[in-house]
Design a protein around this ligand. Sequence first.
Ligand code: WTA
Length: 651
Amino acid sequence: MSEESTDLDSSLRENRVFPPPAEFAAKAQVKSLEQYETLYRQSVEHPEEFWGEAAQELEWFSPWTKVMDGEAAHTKWFVGGKLNLSHNCVDRHALGARRDKVALLWEGEPGEVRKLTFGELHEQVQRLANVLKSLGIRRGDRVAIYMGMAPELAIALLACARIGAVHSVIFGGFAAQAISDRVNDSSCVAVITQDTSYRRGSEVQLKAIVDEALKKCSTVRNVVVFRRSGSPIKMQPGRDLWWHEEMEKAAPACVAERMDAEDPLYLLYTSGTTGKPKGLLHTTGGYAVQTYLTSKYVFDLRDDDVYWCTADIGWVTGHSYVVYGPLLNGATVMMYEGAPNWPECDRFWKIVDDHKVTIFYTAPTAIRAFTKWGSAWVEKHSLASLRLLGTVGEPINPESWMWYHRMIGKERCPIVDTYWQTETGAIMIAPIPGAVAAKPGSATRPFFGIVPEVVTKEGNPVPDGHGGLLVMRKPWPSMARTIYGDQARYEATYWSEVPGSYFTGDGARRDADGYFWLMGRVDDVINVSGHRLGTMEVESALVAHPKVAEAAAVGRPHEMKGQAIAVFVTLEGGHQPSEELRQELRHWVAKEIGALARPDDLTFTQALPKTRSGKIMRRLLRELATTGEVKGDTTTLEDFTVIAKLREGDE
Ligand code: WTA
């Protein structure tokens, strides 16, 4: 079990219960616990009926013959069904009653506001789809997208989906090397980017970083550049094209491709336990149905909502709950380009009031930052439009939950703590807000059709109240179908650890009321401010530095970030530790991967603790990084003196 499960203590003590506010429940889609439990029972007893009925709410070009087929890693959903997600997110509303309803409501960091109706979005998506086609991009081709939070980013995803191209969004905070790796792994034929993006008052040089990355990529034929700031950039003739020029030339209508339910929709790279991020592949039909349905029920979406998920589209939360899920529901989606503390620490609350946001979905790490900045920033604003709050990405500590509940929700808004993963595609465990009472720090109960369980490594159920591994006993529609180019790794990582089940990589405990309490990762994945990083990725970056011999990275608890990265480094002969080298190495990692991977602590040591078989004992390093000493079992250590050396370690 992970030694970083510090939330366990507080969650064991936590026994406050917050029932759905009566006023909220009265208008909610699911109004009572009994209703939730009845629906849940039906959904797991008759999954084909349940998901089949949900799927009817979307538009299919032709129906499926079977709702699900096969089992475990090989499950297929909506077999034979044909649909298009761009059609379902946009056309269905634009050609119906929502033509003039705002689809995307955007605010730039400098303060400008843009509103795109479903009708306008429809035209933009079709034009861009034609631009992509004119570049020879076909069904199944991979297209990398590296942009800031502009409406054009959502348009880019939807245009790819329209023509059946597989988008691979790379978070705008990643460095050039991370882009090259991802582009090459799936042989992308084009990149969509923008000149620069605004962040905390300065400009992120997105296009220049793409130029750097593409020096190592031979498969990319074209780069489409959206002009956001107008700042000068280099355009490479023959390869680079301006978005606005091509859009003007493009025809305004583009028929959506008839995609098979199991055709790929997108790739999204995420960190695992090896040095190489894996490209999780999501497909069309099942992903559509579950993102649609979870948005509808967990956020209790109504037609007059202004829905704001603060995640960047570069992460899975942005894919499923900025773009696909809410747009499938025809919701008005708020998007904000910049930092929460620009120009001041109340920017989010100002946006909520200015745009009358009704649903606000963010990460615990952001809430911890708001708490630290102080309540005065919140009190300047009314927040009266809010009716529902959400969190995602990491366990929320009960103190932050209480602050969120009082200061932002004014004790009036239910909070949905949503547990899921890049791999699951959509929410798996979360309260249905009008029906299930919240307990601060718990993601509560499973979504319809989802069967989580806490088990031992052998797959045996663990009694309620005890910690174990979190698995999913049954497949679900939006699960990732494979790791791009590595089916064997997909099956080994997720479907073999615990026989017969999907293994999440998380530790959890279920209480007597059937509530799930997440306890953190049990593998070598760290969660820094809600962003996943593999310890091996950080280590690989470090050993790529000429002065580094060996490196070990571990996570340790961090008050603001959830977890911080602590690394232990041994140097190549002839090099001496110094403060200068420490800074150089921290900077190096940020340059190799991205700023979010910059180690918080860096300890120089003469040796790393290893087992006799040569495995680095991360457990001991975690203990040392967390408490400053090592008390755990060291009997398997190959060299006992290494612990003393580590403690002296820092020069
Ligand atoms: C963690 C983000 C506790 C968990 C959607 C998971 C959570 C990993 C929660 C996935 C939550 C996510 N409570 N832990 N509500 N949500 N996690 O792929 O460790 O970026 O395995 O997907 O975040 O992170 P990912």
